[in-house]
Design a protein around this ligand. Structure first.
Ligand code: ATP
Ligand code: MG
Length: 238
């Protein structure tokens, strides 16, 4: 059994389908990337897999659980950082971690987590006053506070400076070392190449290519993953 099994998902918000026969398998312990043009359906996939949105049809199994009928059990075992994530400006870093920990039956020790992710010095800082990089660090810690087996990260590094992005890569690798399965949405092909064991390229609500970065480069007959991506999505520049 794969950790994530998505079969033939369909989801239409208005006229054009956001997901149109989306099928995917993610194996335990891998860092799996989702890439694809704006509006391709990546966030919708993450929302469906993490039990936050219901597809119109198709099946979702995460850790063998069906979010339609086993949502609570599922939410106890996964963590998510969402693309539009936000917290109230006034909330303090330590408070946010404590509150999130209270949502889980068997949470991590939030003080330890805060220490581990370098947040102890920011414990009394308000969320609203944190820079983008510190907010992202907090969101990672919040995604991990339930000791999840699967973590979803939706454009975690968008808006980060190059150094903060590299730091974040280290944090994501650290998750894999702990045995956590990571599903990450990214628009950065250097990031996908550096981090992902495998990735899927999503276009118009379905997977149009998948494999290791090396396999995708070979498939696109390209010199880099970015060029392979542009070829596969039909956006290569002349
Ligand atoms: N709540 C919503 N209401 C209506 N349409 C939506 C909603 N959420 C997404 N859509 C539409 O569904 C399609 C897929 O959106 P989605 O956010 O999943 O794409 P994405 O691949 O994550 O894009 P991006 O790279 O810009 O984040 C888009 O056409 C989008 O406009
Ligand atoms: Mg998105």
């Amino acid at each position: 059994m794969s950790v994530i099994e998505l079969d033939n998902l369909r989801k239409t918000y208005s006229a054009t389908p956001a997901l149109d026969g989306f099928t995917l398998r993610v194996e335990r312990g891998e860092i799996f990337g989702l890439a694809g043009p704006n509006g391709a359906g990546k966030t919708t996939v993450v929302e469906c897999a993490s039990g936050l949105r219901r597809p119109d049809s198709g099946t979702v199994r995460v850790l063998g659980l069906d979010p339609r009928t086993q949502r609570r059990a599922l939410l106890q075992r996964i963590g998510a950082q969402l693309q539009e994530a936000a917290l109230p400006d006034a909330i303090k870093v330590g408070e946010a971690l404590r509150m999130y920990a209270a949502l889980y039956d068997h949470p991590a020790d939030w003080r330890e987590l805060m220490d581990e992710w370098g947040l102890t010095g920011k414990r009394r800082a308000s969320f609203g006053g944190l820079s983008g990089g510190w907010k992202q660090r907090l969101f990672i810690a919040l995604a991990l506070v339930g000791k999840p087996e699967v973590v979803f990260l939706d454009e975690l590094t968008t808006g980060l400076d190059p150094a903060a992005r590299r730091t974040t890569w280290g944090l994501i690798r650290a998750m894999r070392e702990r045995g956590v399965t990571v599903v990450m949405v990214t628009h950065f092909m250097d990031e996908a190449e550096a981090l992902c064991d495998r990735l899927a390229i999503v276009d118009q609500g379905r997977v149009v290519a998948q494999g290791t970065p090396r396999e995708l480069i070979a498939r696109g007959r390209a010199a880099s993953l970015e060029n392979a991506y542009l070829t596969i999505t039909g956006q290569e520049q002349s």
